[in-house]
Design a protein around this ligand. Sequence first.
Ligand code: NCD
Length: 332
Amino acid sequence: MATSLRGQDILCVEQFTQDEITLIMETTARFESALQAGRRLTNMIGKVLATVFYEPSTRTRLSFESAMLRLGGQVISVADAASTSSAAKGETLFDTGKMIESYCDVAVIRHPVVGSAQALAEGASVPVINGGDGAGQHPTQALLDLYAIRKEKGRVEGLTIALAGDLKNGRTAHSLSTLLANFGAHFYFVAPHALAMPGEITARLRERRVEIMETTDLAQAVAASDVLYMTRIQKERFADLAEYERLKGSFIVDRTLVQAAKPGLMIMHPLPRVDEIAKEVDVYPGAAYFRQAACGVPVRMALLALVAGQEKLHRTRPKRTAQDTRRIKRAR
Ligand code: NCD
């Protein structure tokens, strides 16, 4: 049977087969060129996306909502779900899942607790997409990161990728390292000891013979890497704010660091940045973080359409106006 994601939840990157990743990347490329050509797509017409966010978000929520609207679908959302939804009254995620299945065709959840997307998915019969579960995973971010790397570097195979910052709590780093391991990348994991990549993740990667160098020396890693993936120290995951204060600003990417980098270094960041990339770096041609964020829309369009089984491009011709008709007649 041909590969399909129809009806599937998107919960973690380990769930994907190589064929499914290829399908997602190819579908994204098709949607991206349709967007660039100014096509109006109607794949998700008559369908509703629910965004249920229990944690702050700018990019993930807006790009999912934009993706759904650009596919002709509609969106309902609870923005500050922790305080404005029935979670505040003690409703379980399983029950929330049972209920939203009659309100929407697909749901995206972000929640501070690891495993929460799974809990919602157990209740809901519609596909549930994990938009970030605490310090767990952020699979759709990893897919857009992969798409961005391929776009700028043409490949992943053989690249050395430095992931730096809060690797303990950063779900984007967890998902991305695991996803890229399928494609022959080598890694530097750069973090203060207290924020090192969780041992289970490095152990699983090493079992798969992935080459990993762990260090606290950002400059050394950057001098040897093709891609630097910077992350924010995740303040909201610290039980002790004094510890956060001690560790924040551990690594700063500035002009001096970039000048000493391997030529052609691609600098990524899932955003938001706090102070870990100085603004002066934005003008460097390899500063890719805003271009990276832009990949969020076509990747999420592909995911929404795929889980709904609507990935074939449906497009409508833009309506011809009276003015267009006059212009065409004149040209004849
Ligand atoms: C990230 C997240 O929420 O995990 N943001 C995002 O989705 N682009 C990164 C972060 O908050 O540091």
